[in-house]
Design a protein around this ligand. Sequence first.
Ligand SMILES: CC1=C(CCC(=O)O)c2cc3nc(cc4[nH]c(cc5[nH]c(cc1n2)c(C)c5CCC(=O)O)c(CCC(=O)O)c4C)C(CCC(=O)O)=C3C
Ligand SMILES: [Fe+2]
Length: 375
Amino acid sequence: MSDLRDPAPYDALLLLSFGGPEGPDDVVPFLENVTRDRGIPTERLKEVGQHYFLFGGVSPINDQNRALLDALRKDFADHALDLPVYWGNRNWAPYLTDTLREMTEAGHRRVAVLATSAYASYSGCRQYRENLADAIAALEAEGLRPPRVDKLRHYFNHPGFVRPMIEGVLASLAELPEEIRAGAHLAFTTHSVPTAAADTSGPEEEHGEGGAYVRQHLEVARLVAGAVRDETGIEHPWELVYQSRSGAPHIPWLEPDICDHLQTLHDTGAPAAVMVPIGFVSDHMEVLYDLDTEATAKAAELGLPVRRSATVGADPRFAAAVRDLLLERAASERGIDAERCALGTLGASHDLCPVGCCPARNRRPAAAGADSPYA
Ligand SMILES: CC1=C(CCC(=O)O)c2cc3nc(cc4[nH]c(cc5[nH]c(cc1n2)c(C)c5CCC(=O)O)c(CCC(=O)O)c4C)C(CCC(=O)O)=C3C
Ligand SMILES: [Fe+2]
């Protein structure tokens, strides 16, 4: 079989995610894992710890990933794709290294990796690749021969990621009282990163200020706003804003913050807003706390009606998109040119991050890129 439904050379899919605590005792060790050598002020860490304690010390991200695993397995089974799906995290159990050890022992030799992060950037891409390299090195040090890992391309502009978000915005708009609906702003929001990290995101010279990170988010915002206009006939004003900033105050990060933006909307007479978390794949803590708790409280204080639209989560169209990305890459690894699904004007992202893509402050080995020691 050498058709576009053939997963060869891949013999497994690895869902690679951030990880999160599953109870109060996990919170501090989890935050220590996340922030090791990252210079985040203690005050910020205490504050973020409180966000988790507010939810019983449980991050929603793990259940979101379990739901996505179920959706992927169902989608694969429904399409006669006989490929096991594993799950490993960068910062909490099931840890990436343990999952990769399990995969090694099960005899897997070539693994496609789906990261739960849709865009370019150090935090959203290279850091995942560094952790893959760390896991491979750890297993090699145990005398094992881990499989080769290939990270599937960025899917920010894949219709299986964008379409569910469009529907989410339409549903949130429909929930707003009719007399304020037409004037509602769309506040597209994503994780802030240091401006220096944004500027160097993606292949050098391919992107302007803000780099691939800002450009890719602006493209998704434009696509969603355009589809909403086509559907409703109403041109909702929109902006790209940021959330979840950490780090020292003197270091510039992408702005404006969602809460400052809500203040501006209020001050300039906007009647309502829909917060659209395009930067996140599922409803994890950044969405539940920073948007649903903090920004929603800010809006209430201002008397500004707001809604928060859905993330893709375990939407079956997203699961189908993952299958599409995997089969597209598999074909390409076999030397066959498969169609690369992408909405808008940026085109399908690269398979292999080029050398120097999304550079780290401290250079470390990263797997699954042109500069990988494990190609
Ligand atoms: C771009 C980006 C994404 C989106 C892409 C992706 O999804 O990967 C993302 C996702 C997430 N970030 C998460 C949690 C945290 N991120 C932190 C810190 C940081 N994130 C950053 C960036 C991003 N982060 C950055 C530049 C820092 C500063 C420190 C550093 O340079 O590394 C900290 C430390 C405390 C704080 O400062 O907030 C925590 C606890 C969780 C899990 C949530 C849950 O438990 O449900 C998820 C999904
Ligand atoms: Fe983060």
